[in-house]
Design a protein around this ligand. Sequence first.
Ligand code: SF4
Length: 71
Amino acid sequence: MRVEVDFDLCQGHAECQAEAPDWFTVGKGSEAKVRAKRGVVPDDQLEAVKAAVKYCPTQALRLVENQTHQE
Ligand code: SF4
């Protein structure tokens, strides 16, 4: 699974960072948008990332299946 971020929806609440600090970083002030790691979420991060997706108050995060093609 990979994470997709809708930056129009993200309001920098940082719930995602609280749930999965290894995957999400959120700035402060006008930079308060999430930065998510790219690429496939490893198994040991998946539960934390799923929680982040679930608890994002604006539903800005989405888990998507891995693409079958190579990038
Ligand atoms: S919890 Fe949602 S709104 Fe808040 S910083 Fe993360 S992605 Fe953005």
